[in-house]
Design a protein around this ligand. Structure first.
Ligand SMILES: [Zn+2]
Length: 234
């Protein structure tokens, strides 16, 4: 089931982002200095990415990001900025330079991760049956609040249309909405030394526990290894 978030585009400098103090304009017309994500090299080229198509459980990965500048710089270099989009995509063959991206305050990331985490934790306790229907309604309101006033593109193709978010931030909230609505089922791989997030099938009884065949085989081998040791010990 596609909701549109998998079509969200971000633009990432080849050398990634780093954190630097920058002077920013405030809403009241003044200015303030803040830690911001900026391209490591301003003359870098930008590469287009489709982060939610590449990582369908991205909202879960962001939820687990600690508020450390290193992790935030790492996540942005891998998936793009949260609130910045390139208004007009370049014509094929044209290059966009990294200085086209305005600096993005790290504070936006900290707030966004915290808000997502609160909602994901609430959802997890609802899904495990520990909460009432009122809490479910409260979660729905919170997600709707975060998606209100966010810009979307309407893409019409064939016999369907999708609301494609313009920013990564909106896409992450849309992924969470899709999870709460039961359209996607993120799960964590149960294999030793993996714990990667992956999408289980949409069937209600889907019990897929591993992200890949390699992980499935590794877990199976380890169980066999444990069993044979237990038998020897007897
Ligand atoms: Zn795995």
């Amino acid at each position: 089931m596609h909701t549109g978030s998998e079509l969200l585009e971000t633009w990432i400098p080849d050398g990634g982002f780093m954190i630097e103090r920058r002077k920013l304009k405030t809403a009241d017309g003044g200015s303030a200095v803040a830690d911001c994500l900026v391209p490591k090299w301003s003359d870098d080229e930008l590469t287009r990415d489709l982060p939610c198509a590449r990582q369908p459980c991205l909202h879960r990965i962001f939820t687990e990001c600690p508020p450390s500048p290193e992790r935030i710089a790492f996540l942005s270099s891998r998936y793009g900025l949260l609130t910045v989009s390139i208004p007009r995509p370049p014509a094929p063959g044209h290059v966009v330079k990294a200085d086209a991206l305005p600096p993005e305050p790290v504070e936006i990331w900290c707030k966004e991760i915290q808000a997502l985490r609160a909602c994901v934790e609430l959802w997890d306790s609802i899904a495990s049956g520990q909460q009432s229907a009122t809490e479910r309604e409260r979660l729905g309101h919170k997600i709707a609040e975060h998606l209100a006033r966010t810009p979307f593109h309407l893409r019409i193709s064939g016999q369907c249309f999708r609301y494609c978010p313009v920013t990564l931030s909106a896409a992450l909230w849309q992924r969470l909405a899709a999870e709460v609505a039961g359209l996607i089922h993120p799960a964590r791989c149960a294999a030793p030394n993996c714990s990667r997030w992956f999408l289980r099938g949409t069937a209600v009884r889907s019990d897929k526990r591993f992200c890949s065949n390699a992980c499935k085989n590794r877990a199976f081998r380890q169980t066999k290894h444990h069993d044979s040791h237990a038998t020897t010990a007897m």
